[in-house]
Write a protein that binds this ligand. Sequence first.
Ligand code: FES
Length: 198
Amino acid sequence: MPASTRRSFLTSVLGTGAAVVLVPDAAAGLPAVPAESTAATGPIENAPAHQVTTWLNGAAISAKVTGDETVLNWLRNDRGLTGTKEGCGHGACGACTVLVEGKSACACLLPITALHQKKIDTIESFGAPGKLHPVQRAFTAHDALQCGYCTPGFVTEAIAFYAQWRADRGTDTPSRDEISSAFAGHLCRCGAYEQIYA
Ligand code: FES
């Protein structure tokens, strides 16, 4: 069974963050104290832009982003990488899992500005039809999906888990319990857990 081809174009709009500037208190002769800038409290169109450079799926990307844009929205809306899914949007379902410097992370919780000069890998980088990653082949062999919406997150987590497992233990044979705890942050609404663990 091929990996899911379902595409959802959920979008969300985030508020702006307030920048902090230093205002010297000259009259009192006191050292500068922090004060909130009024310039950064407007609507989203006035949000300050930041230049961010990342290594996305092996390619250096330099882009202008707004301060609070999440990695999830940036990937899906700005980069057109819709393999990373939005489920809960709150770090509870694992659908948005990506690798940051080789470790799994929820893209819905991370501001893209926090990943300046970091390496991000998404599901699009792991395999392609006819050239699947071994984890993707295993999911196919075990029919480990139903609707497939959670599959990119599970596959990404499994790839990070096996890489770490191999580095720590030098084997490819975690137990079923160890595999299920690696997936503790992932939800499958179809309940395909047994096939996924297999
Ligand atoms: Fe990020 Fe659910 S969408 S954890």
